[in-house]
Design a protein around this ligand. Structure first.
Ligand code: SF4
Length: 447
């Protein structure tokens, strides 16, 4: 983990950094921090005593905006010189209305503008400590896993989402660029790569799947080609934000062969056709159940994670019942559920028939209860099996890790007992002895 308190030069200008929001925002933070360290700035966890504070905000939900505003307020109080970046920076008037005293505001991915504002607030030292920056950049995730962002923006226009407004249309990175970054991360000790974007299955559409040279061959900017390239790096590769387009079928054999992790994070949001239509969701959903079934036949170990929204405007009791029925049939392994929140600027706010708060609440509880039973049933099937587990946190008697079925932060934990001390980032074979609603418990039987 990045040690933000580790100062190597007492004279270096100090920056306190607050990173809020999703993994995509975290990647932006990593890029800014990498540049700052390259220019000789020191990172600190303390607002007080640092030369300035950068707050990377999240504007996805109103609750996230409130958290971001709170962080800006705290930084102003404790330090006074505050640069705001990230999703909320796309609507600077909301920030200045609450805090007219912020030093500068930049939008998402505006790395150059952030750097420029930092230079104005606290100029870099004449002789930057370029050598302090490792070639893979500075990471905010623990050393053994890293997010790999393959594109920015999104071509879809889901009515509840303002991300395309904030971040623009899809811009894919050339495959060779992504693969080279992945290679550097692996060379620096990363054992698990988490592929992220707004819509991973749409990767490359904007650049017409253009090929670029990596190692001794041309690699197309296509989901399956990228997955194949990443599978050659000898680490865990986990796919996030994959929509069930037909071409995802091509990636399942790589999962069946364990070349990449048999794991798909596929945000579906609903199952009732009327609701999906009002949400303007990408990919045809009618065939999703069949597709899931076929994937499971091709790759029986496949773990499916998804997220859903309940209480979307116009969602009827019949729509909701259809969602519960769908969940039952799909038997997804991991599921998150959000109550619909009218995000400012989202076109869904113009839809009639808002669902009352108490109905949203009641549906959310019913949803969670139904899914909890399904998840518990799926987890129980693992008792008695042997699973590869990557160790995240070492404890005196029991360590915490994750199986191939668990992404960091969002999925469950495997609690691992071991006779010999384990190391963070090490992959052990664990015999699963028991399961509860979300987590597994077992003992190491090999390495
Ligand atoms: S796919 Fe939909 S929800 Fe996801 S970022 Fe694009 S518009 Fe937003």
């Amino acid at each position: 983990m990045l040690d933000l308190d580790k100062n190597t030069d007492p004279a270096a200008p100090k920056v306190s950094f607050v990173s809020l929001g999703c993994p995509k925002a975290l990647v932006d933070s990593e890029r800014i921090i990498t540049r700052l360290r390259a220019e000789g700035y020191e990172l600190t966890r303390q607002h007080q005593g640092s030369d300035l504070v950068i707050v990377n905000t999240c504007g996805f939900l109103d609750s996230a905006k409130a958290e971001s505003l709170g962080a800006i307020g705290a930084a102003l109080k404790e330090n006074g010189k505050v640069i705001v970046t990230g999703c909320m920076g796309a609507e600077p008037e909301n920030i200045t209305a609450a805090y007219p005293g912020v030093f500068a505001i930049t939008g998402p991915q505006a790395y150059e503008s952030v750097l420029e504002a930092v230079h104005r607030a606290s100029p870099p030292q004449h002789d930057p400590f370029i050598d302090l920056v490792p070639p893979e950049g500075i990471k905010l995730t623990p050393r053994h896993y890293a997010y790999l962002k393959i594109s920015e923006g999104c071509n879809n226009r889901c009515t509840f989402c303002i991300i395309p407004k904030l971040r623009g249309d899809l811009v894919s990175r050339p495959a060779a660029d992504v693969l080279r970054e992945a290679e550097k991360l692996v060379a620096a000790g990363v054992k698990e790569l988490l592929v992220i974007s707004q819509d991973t299955s749409a990767y490359g559409v904007d650049i017409k799947y253009a090929a670029s040279k990596w190692r001794d061959r041309e690699v197309r900017a296509k989901f399956v080609d990228l997955a194949e390239g990443l599978s050659e790096l000898g680490v865990w590769v986990r796919m996030h934000y994959v929509y069930p387009y037909p071409h995802v079928d091509d990636v399942i054999p790589l999962m069946a062969d364990k070349k990449i992790l048999p794991y798909l994070d596929m945000p579906l949001q609903h199952a009732a056709p009327d609701v999906l239509k009002r949400m303007k969701r990408p990919a045809s959903q009618e065939k999703t159940l069949e597709r899931i079934q076929r994937w499971r036949e091709m790759c029986p170990d496949l773990t499916l994670r998804s997220t859903f929204i309940v209480g979307f405007p116009g969602e009827t009791e019949a729509d909701f019942e259809m969602l519960l029925q769908w969940l039952d049939e799909a038997a997804l392994d991991r599921v998150g559920c959000f109550k619909y929140e009218p995000v400012k600027g989202a076109t869904a706010n113009e839809l009639a028939e808002a669902v009352p708060e108490e109905v949203k609440e009641e549906r959310w509880h019913r949803f969670m209860q139904a899914q909890q039973k399904i998840s518990a049933r799926r987890l129980k099937r693992k008792v008695g099996t042997r699973q590869q587990v990557i160790i995240d946190e070492v404890g005196p008697t029991v360590s915490k890790g994750r199986s191939m079925a668990d992404a960091p932060e969002i999925d469950g934990t495997v609690y691992v007992a071991s006779r010999r001390p384990l190391r963070v980032g090490e992959i052990a074979t664990v015999k699963i002895e028991r399961a509860d609603a979300y987590d597994l418990h077992g003992s190491v039987v090999g390495f």
